[in-house]
Design a protein around this ligand. Structure first.
Ligand code: FES
Length: 316
């Protein structure tokens, strides 16, 4: 972990605060690439991931955090408790949403706070002279973080903003956007699950291959839990078997038995908790593993996924 200090804290949109983090000891922070995120250890129990959204060659890190009305402690801690000169521990940057290195045109879709990982991607694309288009959705202009910065850096015909309040609540017409997307384009999307699902579905509909569709989820998908049932997990290392009840997760069952796995989001988004699956059929409920990885049944996210088979054998 790296100890950093909050060097600046400003509001950059309604309910969105922007933090500048500098290393406490003046050392050089690890380099990062567009799409990367860091984890903030906010309290001993609260660890949250946020995308880096500042300039790529800066000597500090920048993040922007939306105050989530349903906050389980993360965003409200950042908004209410982190102040100028607050110290905190962060992880090194990790990138689960990388920009492809070819020169293909890039089309970005961002909704709300989903703009944060897109900002450095656009900076990189503009610097490389790549064909770049952004569709940016928010409810109102005052809720659109970094809008002015984008208006200054992007050509007007490359930036398409859609404010639902100005369209009588109507969402962006994604199928129409895809009429202008060529088959060699790479599409990047970040925002609420429904927005991501719509963009991905339209990308597939026009025949874009999966490697050209890139996404990062900020929120977990909703799953029907009424049919959840009890199952067993067995550990490879000790052979111990534990019962996961209908209303408990694998993670909490393991923790109840003093077996601790590193976690962050606890919603199936970040991938921090991924462990090996040796036997059994998982009921994958995360948005982290790809469809292929899910089908291979070699890994599982114990924070949210469950079992279809009676028992899962876990590689721990
Ligand atoms: S802790 Fe984030 S996916 Fe499990």
């Amino acid at each position: 972990m790296i100890t950093v200090v909050v060097k600046a804290k400003t509001m950059v949109a309604e309910n969105v605060c922007h933090l500048v983090l500098e290393p406490m000891d003046g050392s050089t922070l690890p380099r990062w690439e567009p799409g990367a995120h860091i984890q903030l250890q906010l309290t001993p129990d609260i660890n949250r991931s946020y995308s880096l959204c500042g300039a790529l060659n800066a000597s500090h890190y920048e993040i922007a955090v939306l105050r989530d009305p349903m906050s389980r402690g993360g965003s409200s801690f950042v908004h209410d408790k982190l102040n100028l000169n607050s110290e905190l521990q962060i992880s090194e940057p990790k990138n689960l949403f990388p920009l492809n290195s070819q020169i293909n045109p890039c089309v970005f879709f961002a909704a709300g706070i989903g703009i944060t990982p897109i900002i450095p991607m656009i900076e990189r694309c503009m610097n490389e002279g790549r064909s770049t288009v952004l569709y940016y959705c928010a409810r109102t202009p005052s809720e659109a973080a970094f809008l002015h910065q984008l208006q200054v850096t992007m050509p007007t015909d490359a930036l398409h903003v859609h404010f639902t309040q100005e369209h009588e609540g109507k969402r962006l017409d994604i199928p129409t956007c895809f009429k202008h997307i060529t088959h060699e384009s790479h599409v990047y999307v970040c925002g609420p699950s429904r927005f991501i699902d719509d963009v991905m579905a339209n990308g597939k509909r026009i025949g874009l291959p999966e490697p050209q569709l890139h996404t990062e989820y900020f929120a977990a998908m909703h799953h029907e839990t009424s049919a959840d049932h009890e199952f067993e997990v067995q550990l490879v290392s000790s052979g111990a078997i534990y019962t996961v009840s209908q209303d408990e997760s694998i993670l909490s069952t393991l923790e109840d038995n003093d077996i601790f796995i590193p976690v962050s989001c606890e919603e199936g988004i970040c991938g921090t908790c991924v462990i090996g699956l040796v036997e059994g059929e998982a009921d994958h409920r995360d948005v982290y593993l790809s469809d292929e990885e899910k089908a291979s049944m070699k890994h599982i996210t114990p924070c949210c996924s469950r079992a279809r088979s009676k028992r899962l054998v876990l590689d721990i």
